[in-house]
Structure formats: structure tokens, C-alpha cells
Write a protein that binds this ligand. Structure first.
Ligand SMILES: NC(=O)c1ccc[n+]([C@@H]2O[C@H](COP(=O)([O-])OP(=O)(O)OC[C@H]3O[C@@H](n4cnc5c(N)ncnc54)[C@H](O)[C@@H]3O)[C@@H](O)[C@H]2O)c1
Length: 275
């Protein structure tokens, strides 16, 4: 059994490290702090950054390039892996920048296909190739965003891709559950990363969240990593097919708290009229 604070001897396959701000990097480091080792799959364009980051990190047991948009690259990557894993982290998304700049009605079929392939279909690919390499009771965690369920300015086709990803979490959980494997998602609040910087208006979304979440702050990489670790450990052994919100409570909010001050308070304490 793996327990949240003891991952000694456990091993995880982590997709999606591009820089020290990557959610995948935060999750991998957090797993390592509890004694786990990790294999990193990185995209070629981030190779030099990732090699630099990984220097002297003894908890990284292997690092290989993998393009999840390509079946051949994914196959070649898996052929280089040795040994088994106790879990997989899928922290990967992409949509062409132009597609995030244009109204949704202008989305091309090609851009739609790219966003869906990299951000949703890649989870199927990761699970299919990963299955023979999993230890009993292994778990898979992916990362999603509120844009899957609500419109968020600037998110555009990524929202549709994340909606597909969340349904795939349920489908894959049903498919691999009988083998004893679990699949879950963390729906993270906005965090400044390379991918997030490509979302138009992202800084304004961060400002909005900081004053409108119940916790009155944005989430951190560490907040997301802690939840991912929980979902990868046996402490969540009965949870599968779920999307768990790590968003400082924003998902529970129906209207901004400012409405209280502007609309409600004046009614409760009406200003006194002229004497
Ligand atoms: N940062 C946020 O605000 C936020 C919020 C919720 C969910 N997420 C999700 O978290 C995940 C990680 O993103 P991040 O914010 O850490 O940004 P990031 O830029 O650090 O990570 C995105 C990763 O996707 C990888 N990637 C893109 N195309 C790929 C491909 N074809 N093959 C293999 N890898 C590919 C990139 O190499 C990169 O490592 C994404 O799924 C993102 O949608 C992010």
C-alpha cells in the first residue's frame, strides 16, 4: 500500500515538464519528497530547459523525449522504458495560439484537431501504452480546468478539449477499473505557467480569482501537487473517474462576493433619508 507520506520505492511516469513552473514539475518534486522516483517524458522543444532542471536530481531515473501527438513517437518512447510504474501523471495540453486569439466561430478544423489530439486524445495514448508497464493498483492523474464546463474568456477551443478530457477520465476509469487501475483528474485554478501564458487575458483571470475565490487567493503549484499525490496514492484507493477541484473554492461560487457589498448590504442597512 502507498500512503500519502510514504512513497519510498514507488515509481511514477510523468508527462509535461517544460520548465520549473510546470505543474508536472511540481507534482514530480512533491512525489520525490516522499521518496518516489520519476521518469520524465518531455517534448523536444523544451529539451534544453528540462535537461538543465534535471541536473543532480537523483530521483529522476530516466528522461526521454516523447511527442504525444504522434503514435510513432509515443511507441518509441515506451520501447525505451524499463521496469514498472505505480502511477502516471498526464499534464499536457496545447492549442495553436491563433486559435485562442480568434472567435470560436473562426476555429479551423485543423486547429480543433490539434487541440483535441494533444489535450484529450493523448490521455488515451498514455493509458494504452502505459497499461503493460503498470504495477497492481496503479493510478493515473490528468489536469483539467474550469473551461471544460463553463466559458472562460480566452480559453475557447481548449474548453472543448478539456470537456473531452474529463469525459475520457470517466471512460478510461470504467475501462481499466476492472484491472484495478484508477483514473482521475485535478481541475486546477489558474497558475502562471508557460501554457497558461498563451491564454489571452490570463493575468486578468488571475486578478479576478484572487479576489473572488472563497479563499481570496490563487492556487499554487504546491496546492495542485498535493491533490495529485493524494490521487496517485492508496489513500484515495476508492476514488476513480472523478474530477477534483483544486481552485481555492471557485467552483462553488455562483456570484462574485462583491455583489454582497454592492447589492445586498445596502438593502439590509438602507442609508438614512433626509431629516
Ligand atoms: N496553468 C494553469 O493555469 C492550469 C490550470 C488548469 C489546468 N492546467 C493544465 O495543466 C497541464 C500542464 O500545464 P502547465 O500549466 O503546467 O503548463 P506547461 O506549459 O508547463 O505544461 C504543458 C506541457 O504540455 C506539453 N505538451 C504540449 N504538447 C505536447 C505534445 N505534443 N507531446 C508531449 N507533450 C506536450 C508541453 O511540453 C508542456 O510540458 C495542462 O493540461 C494544462 O491545461 C493548467
Amino acid at each position: 500500500m502507498i500512503h500519502v507520506n510514504d512513497l519510498q520505492g514507488k515509481r511514477f511516469l510523468v508527462y509535461g515538464v517544460a520548465s520549473d513552473t510546470s505543474l508536472a514539475w511540481a507534482i514530480a518534486k512533491d512525489l520525490a519528497e516522499r521518496g518516489a522516483t520519476c521518469t520524465l517524458a518531455y517534448q523536444k522543444r523544451f529539451m534544453s530547459r528540462v535537461l538543465q532542471l534535471a541536473k543532480e536530481q537523483k530521483w529522476i531515473d530516466q528522461m526521454e523525449e516523447c511527442d504525444l501527438a504522434s503514435e510513432d513517437s509515443t511507441k518509441a518512447f515506451h520501447a525505451k522504458l524499463t521496469g514498472k510504474y505505480d502511477g502516471i501523471v498526464h499534464a499536457v495540453a496545447f492549442a495553436p495560439a491563433e486559435a485562442l486569439m480568434k472567435p470560436i466561430t473562426e476555429t479551423t478544423q485543423e486547429d480543433f484537431g490539434v487541440a483535441m489530439t494533444v489535450s484529450a486524445y493523448s490521455l488515451i495514448r498514455v493509458v494504452r501504452h502505459g497499461l503493460p508497464k503498470l504495477n497492481p493498483n496503479a493510478a493515473v492523474v490528468t489536469l483539467t480546468y474550469l473551461g471544460a464546463e463553463r466559458t472562460v474568456p480566452g480559453y475557447r477551443i481548449m474548453g472543448t478539449a478539456k470537456a473531452a478530457l474529463e469525459q475520457l477520465v470517466r471512460e478510461l476509469a470504467a475501462s481499466v477499473g476492472p484491472m484495478g487501475f484508477r483514473v482521475n483528474a485535478v481541475s486546477a485554478g489558474p497558475v502562471k505557467t508557460l501554457a497558461a501564458s498563451g491564454v489571452p487575458g490570463f493575468d486578468q483571470i488571475l486578478d479576478w480569482m484572487a479576489s473572488n475565490t472563497p479563499l481570496r487567493r490563487n492556487v499554487t503549484q504546491a496546492d495542485v501537487a498535493h491533490a495529485a499525490r493524494f490521487l496517485l496514492s492508496s489513500d484515495s484507493s476508492g476514488i476513480t473517474g472523478q474530477t477534483i477541484y483544486v481552485d481555492a473554492g471557485y467552483f462553488s461560487v455562483g456570484a462574485p462576493p462583491e455583489m454582497d457589498r454592492v447589492l445586498i448590504e445596502p438593502r439590509l442597512n438602507p442609508p438614512e433619508g433626509p431629516v
